[in-house]
Design a protein around this ligand. Structure first.
Ligand code: FAD
Ligand code: SF4
Ligand code: SF4
Length: 1019
């Protein structure tokens, strides 16, 4: 053994407190050995450790380092090194735990990047063996073709790993039908901390050490039979403590169908404290092919809660969910234009609560009869005509989406008070649900706060998060509410931890729940399996207090360093009232970073940005699977920088690294549940970085394009030489960092801005009956003028008098207008403001008259509705924003009011199928439906939307040599294969860089929707 380690205390539990603070030497050794003995990623920088110091809980504990194994065997190697050096280990999957399970000193081992394969699929046995880092949705996507699925459908299914789900004994919305993780795991291979790899499966067939462990736990269960009977909650949803009851079942639903003991169940819910999972064998269920939904409307919340116990008896086994949506959520959904129509289809009058009652199976007709029984039951209970019956799939799917989104809105409260998860998942027997929720509501009121209720009424687990300010009196209130909630749980014989586990938040409640004798038994189990106390020590045994503020993200010493921001972040700089959720005026929140810190702190680490399903967020994570390159990793890095936990603050290389692969797609602005807008943050951060480090040549070259475009376009031969000469391209790459592999946009002598003038004058359009103003941006104006002409032609054909917006003052070179996007992209806010100001001044007279300002390039036009509003440009920015619309948005809206009849008769039928790729900013603003609607103006148009994230070009991002590979991977994720697979389709893409990427990757021309319409105009 090395001399340094010889001086260390004997077990990891002793080093637990010291290791994070004192052991640079240990950290150095650990990192060195991991680097030499494995091929995994060894992440020991302050920023990396900071990013792994948090999960979706309120806690923050900085680990010694992070290890991302390339292969499963490397986990064993890392464990051996930790054993030698007596460094604790914290296993981790997606890091979406709500109780701090994945925060701890020691070495965090992140399984999610590489250790994520299916090892064995046995359809005959109905099982699958998977590695722990596999994400649930990705498993189910692979299983779909076989008509089976793994049915523990947690809300975080798009990012939760099966190892993490087993660690937490996770439960899905449909647990009433399928049970929790523990009911669906049938085997586990796992390493003990001494390095033994054991097969945890059927006890009666087990041998060796596994058998011996089973015997040991069995003895404990026998010894504690009386305590088990007395203290163990008799509900389905109990996830606290170790599953000692595998030998004396206390669960409402037996863990195994045949009553035999399965030793893997001891590990389920042990939160990584007993063994490190190498693989899990899971029992699969048949995929339901038919579903019906009954939405029961209640005029009192109490009645809804009281009814759940009767509803769950319906269905003869086909009832799969009874989910609650309360009045607050209904109201929130009604305020969102996208969701209001859907929620209206589900409600009758103004209900105080609705229950979504789902029946699933294979025979729709049979399910319809179950639905009728629900209707009859509600009639018997004095609620005739209270059920909305949804038999078709589409309305059901839409309603489930609203239920999810409602939670997201609740999470997006601005200000320091946030909905905090600590009693979110207490489970009570159904007959007490109504009384429990009434009593807890009163507890909240007493403490000056309130909670919104939602989720799993079927199993007595209703989620509720009171709003608390964890920087001020939050911890005190948290303790008080927890004490009172626990008394209620005890009164109703429920489970204090019913879904989200123990971690730091509920560890201290294990003894409260089970009593000292069972807690002692748990301690014996821990000691027997992990005598070195190496695996997540001081969590389920000897845990700290839940309100220990030294373990919290916004603990005692949390302070924001004052900075002057370039953009206006005042919308986030507010206080809120926990009881009313009202926020104070923008700018009054006393954030020393003028609101930027509060905007960054909106990230609550829930990990949705690690998803791979539909939506845009987050392209750089999708291709790298690196925490640093997820929106969450970026937000955490910025929070550390702004709060002085990262040396060098916003100008540090660590912040630069975290922001480097952010393509500014605004996917997070829309898809992140709390609306973290990293694209805007990137502009701010680059501004600060430039102030300290200056601009790079490539940024100067690209950002100034609008400034020199009018000159460059006079010398197209010269300017385009670089594209024709590989030598020049190489030279340009070495000078600018712009890849020689990429062609640059081609300059043209004749372009829109020097071509024949089209459109009517400003005076004419102000008086016109069908006026519209066309804003032609730098890219469409100089490089793809045909789009601008096409837009003019289509609008004119539709009977509009089109005015081409132009500069009102000639105070900067060039004639054309520009939104300043190229400057924003490199953080040059003041230069962007110059251009945006000129643009706004030119557009203002038309906006004031209510005339629509139509743009073609999504990133340019939408700047008017986004960044222009936070650059200090005053009221004119709001006025113009209110009238700025994309070409397709304008036409889609006009069509709805019957103003396109003239155009429609002039369009020839489509000859080819049409494939559409949306620009990220179009998607971020929810504008894709208008693109498809406009294309459908063309007779016989058959439109398909590509399920793509960012194209990877993203302005200048994909042109840069350092980003070339990532850029290509983003495009190859879905976009380019979809185009290659549709050889005959006409490809529509409204973004200029998207079109470029498509051409580079497939040699296919993609066209703007304006061009598509123009091509179909009957001459
Ligand atoms: C918005 C939101 C909604 C949620 N909804 C649900 C829900 O519907 N139902 C539900 O049950 N939970 C829910 N959760 C909690 C959480 O998402 C789940 O518990 C999820 O299963 C955790 O998966 P993960 O991959 O993020 O695990 P992590 O958080 O990374 O880890 C979970 C536990 O497993 C341990 N672990 C991970 N890998 C291993 C391994 N290889 N060996 C041993 N131990 C390991 C960790 O140490 C930790 O203790 C929700 C969380 C959020 C933020
Ligand atoms: S950035 Fe948004 S989606 Fe990602 S973890 Fe933070 S809050 Fe969740
Ligand atoms: S802007 Fe796009 S790339 Fe950047 S963090 Fe958000 S989703 Fe990810």
């Amino acid at each position: 053994m090395n001399t340094t380690t010889a001086t260390l205390p004997d077990s990891a539990s002793h080093t637990y407190e010291q290791v994070a603070t004192a052991s640079n030497e240990v950290a150095g050794l650990l990192a060195k050995r991991l680097k030499t003995e494995t091929q995994g990623e060894v992440l020991f920088s302050t920023a990396d450790r900071g990013r792994y110091a948090t999960d979706a809980s309120i806690y923050q504990v900085t680990p010694l380092g992070v290890f991302v194994p390339q292969h499963a065997e490397e986990v064993a190697t890392a464990m051996a090194i930790c054993r030698d050096l007596k460094v604790p280990i914290v296993p981790r999957g997606g890091g979406t735990s709500q109780c701090g399970q994945t925060t701890g000193v020691g070495l965090v081992i992140d399984h999610s990047k590489y250790v994520r394969n299916i090892l064995n699929l046995d359809l005959q046995a109905g099982t699958v063996e998977v590695q722990p880092g596999m994400v649930l949705d990705s498993l189910n996507a692979s299983l779909k073709k076989y008509g089976v699925w793994f049915p523990v459908d947690v809300s975080t299914s798009a990012q939760a790993t099966l190892g993490g789900m087993a660690g937490n004994n996770s439960c899905g919305s449909r647990s009433i039908a399928y049970g929790n993780m523990v009911h669906n795991v049938v085997g586990a291979k796992a390493w003990l901390s001494n390095g033994d790899l054991l097969d945890f499966s059927q006890f009666e067939n087990s041998t060796g050490r596994a058998k011996e462990i089973g015997e040991f736990v069995k003895q404990l269960a026998v010894h504690h039979q009386a305590e088990l009977q007395t203290h163990w909650p008799k509900v389905l949803r109990r996830v606290a403590g170790y599953n000692l009851d595998i030998f004396d079942n206390q669960n409402e639903r037996p863990y195994t169908a045949d009553g035999k003991v399965n030793l893997s169940h001891l590990l389920v819910g042990s939160e990584g404290t007993l063994a490190m999972t190498q693989s899990l064998t899971l029992r699969l269920s048949e995929l339901a092919t038919a579903k019906v939904l009954g939405v029961v409307n209640f005029n009192s919340f109490h009645k809804a809660m009281d009814s759940a116990q009767h509803i769950v008896k319906l269905g003869n086994g086909s009832l799969t969910a009874v989910e609650l949506v309360d009045r607050t959520m209904i109201d929130l959904s009604l305020k969102i234009p996208a969701f209001a129509p859907t929620i209206r289809t589900a409600i009758i009058g103004e209900p105080e609560a609705i229950l979504l009652v789902e029946f699933a199976g294979t025979d729709k007709e049979k399910l319809k009869r179950e639905l009728k029984q629900l209707v009859a039951l509600m009639g018997d209970m004095g609620l005739p005509n209270s059920v909305v019956e949804m038999v078709d799939d589409a309305p059901q799917k839409n309603l489930w989406e609203v239920r999810k989104a409602g939670l997201n809105i609740m999470m997006s409260l601005k200000g320091d008070g946030k909905p905090v998860s600590f009693i979110e998942d207490c489970a009570v027997p159904l007959e007490h649900l109504a009384e429990y929720t009434d009593a807890l509501t009163q507890v909240f009121q007493k403490h000056g706060t309130k909670g919104t209720w939602y989720a799993h009424a079927s199993v007595g687990t209703l989620h509720v998060r009171p709003i608390l300010d964890m920087r001020r009196d939050g911890p005190l209130k948290m303790r008080a509410i927890a004490e009172e909630a626990s008394a209620l749980v005890r009164k109703f014989k429920g489970a204090y931890s019913g879904e989200h586990g123990d971690g730091l938040c509920r560890g201290e409640w294990i003894e409260w729940q089970f009593g000292p004798a069972l807690q002692q038994a748990f301690a014996q189990i821990k000691k027997h399996l992990d005598p070195l106390n190496l695996l997540s020590p001081n969590r389920m045994v000897n845990p700290p207090k839940m309100d220990d503020t030294s373990l919290m993200r916004f603990g005692n010493n949390y302070k924001i360093i004052p900075i002057q921001t370039a953009l206006d972040w005042s919308a986030w700089n507010v206080h809120n009232d926990a009881a009313t959720e009202q926020t104070t005026l923008p700018g009054t929140g006393q954030d020393p970073a003028q609101g930027l810190a509060k905007a960054v702190e909106m990230c609550n680490n829930n990990g949705t940005c690690r998803k791979f399903d539909t939506g845009t967020m987050c392209p750089s994570f999708r291709v790298t699977r690196d925490e640093v390159h997820a929106t969450r990793g970026r937000a955490n890095t910025l929070r550390l920088a702004l709060s002085g936990q990262l040396q060098g603050g916003l100008e540090s290389p660590e912040v630069k690294e975290a922001m480097d692969l952010c393509v500014g797609c605004k996917g997070c602005k829309r898809d992140c549940p709390t609306g973290v807008d990293m694209a805007r943050m990137k502009i701010e951060v680059q501004h600060h970085y430039n102030e300290k480090h200056g601009l790079q040549l490539k940024d100067t070259l690209i950002s100034n394009l609008p400034r020199y475009a009018h000159i460059a376009s006079q010398w197209p031969g010269l300017m385009n030489l670089r594209n024709q000469s590989p030598l020049l391209a190489k030279l340009a790459e070495s000078l600018t960092g712009l890849s020689a592999e990429r062609s640059w946009p081609e300059w043209k002598k004749n372009h829109f801005f020097n071509g024949p003038r089209v459109g009517v004058s400003a005076e004419e359009v102000l008086k016109a009956s069908k006026p519209v103003v066309l804003f032609v941006d730098t890219f469409n104006g100089y490089f793809e003028s045909e789009n601008a002409w096409a837009a003019h032609d289509v609008l004119s054909a539709a009977g509009y008098q089109v005015h081409i917006a132009s500069r009102t003052k000639q105070d900067t070179p060039g004639q054309h207008l520009c939104c300043g996007r190229t400057y924003l992209a490199s953080g040059q806010v003041s230069k962007a403001k110059e251009y945006a100001q000129a643009l706004l001044e030119a557009l203002l007279p038309f906006a004031q008259k209510g005339i629509a300002i139509v743009g073609l390039e999504p990133s340019c036009l939408l700047t008017l509705r986004d960044e222009s509003l936070v650059m200090g440009l005053g009221e004119m920015a709001d006025t113009v924003a209110a009238h700025a619309v994309l070409f397709e948005e304008f036409l889609a809206a006009e069509n709805k009011t019957g103003k396109l009849d003239l155009l429609k008769v002039k369009l020839a039928p489509a000859q080819k199928p049409i494939l559409v790729h949306g620009h990220c900013h179009q998607k971020a603003f929810g504008l894709m439906p208008s693109v498809t609607q406009v294309i459908q103006l063309i007779p016989q148009a058959k439109v398909d939307l590509i399920e793509s994230s960012c194209c990877g070009m993203a302005g200048s991002f994909g042109y840069e040599a350092s980003h070339l590979e990532v850029s290509k991977q983003m495009a190859e994720a879905n976009l380019l294969p979809s185009i290659r697979n549709n050889k005959d389709a006409c490809v529509v893409a409204d973004g200029t860089s998207c079109r470029h990427q498509i051409m580079d990757g497939t040699k296919r021309d993609a066209i703007h929707v304006a061009m598509l319409l123009a091509q179909h105009l009957i001459k």
